[in-house]
Design a protein around this ligand. Sequence first.
Ligand SMILES: C[S@@+](CC[C@H](N)C(=O)[O-])C[C@H]1O[C@@H](n2cnc3c(N)ncnc32)[C@H](O)[C@@H]1O
Length: 225
Amino acid sequence: MNIDVFTLFPHWFEWFRGQRHVANALALGHALECVDPRATTPLGAGQVDDTPFGGGAGMVLRVDVMEAALRARYGDDPVAVRSRRRVIALTPGGRQLDDALASELAAEPGLTLLCGRYEGFDERIVERFCTDEVSIGRYVLAGGELAAMVVCDTVLRKLPGALGHADSALEESFSPALEGAPEYPHYTRPADWRGWTVPEILLSGHHEKIRLWRLEQSRRRAGGT
Ligand SMILES: C[S@@+](CC[C@H](N)C(=O)[O-])C[C@H]1O[C@@H](n2cnc3c(N)ncnc32)[C@H](O)[C@@H]1O
């Protein structure tokens, strides 16, 4: 998979690229690259935004600036790019990211993530250049960079080989293996700490009973039983 993040703050991603599962994915041949729209802006003095028509506070990312950045990256009209690649605008009001969407995105060969800043995008960027709008929650961040990292984090850890243990991502919160429920509780040594003992079943060595107990705990957490 190759992921392109369009951001005015590419250096934010230097730290992120060094995190274990991200570094693992990159070492396996996946790519995570940043594109700075300021580098290709057709406007003077690195301008990328402008005041909103109709008035109001803040600045809006310009459609001509994002078009120039997308054209420079993909060598094509961005209107055509979106027919061959998922182009995602990160917006507070978009489709909420969940495990199912993360799995859907992890199956794509390439993703483009557009990070807004200030008041956000000129709506024509979203309407004409993007395939999706994705939100990481019903709150407002100062910019799309952290949202892009959240998307990349959950998508990359689903790629085979990104996690130390291949099984880790198979049976975890919200996975089909747990029927979409939160994960069951975990315990480790000591088995008794201040009289707080771990559930007997987990010490029994009886794998099938443990599996059923865990499933029951997950269902309980989901509010099912
Ligand atoms: C300050 S926000 C703009 C908020 C916008 N004026 C509104 O009220 O919806 C700037 C940028 O941060 C990103 N952003 C903020 N909150 C987000 C969220 N919950 N999920 C995804 N992206 C978010 C978006 O890219 C957005 O364009």
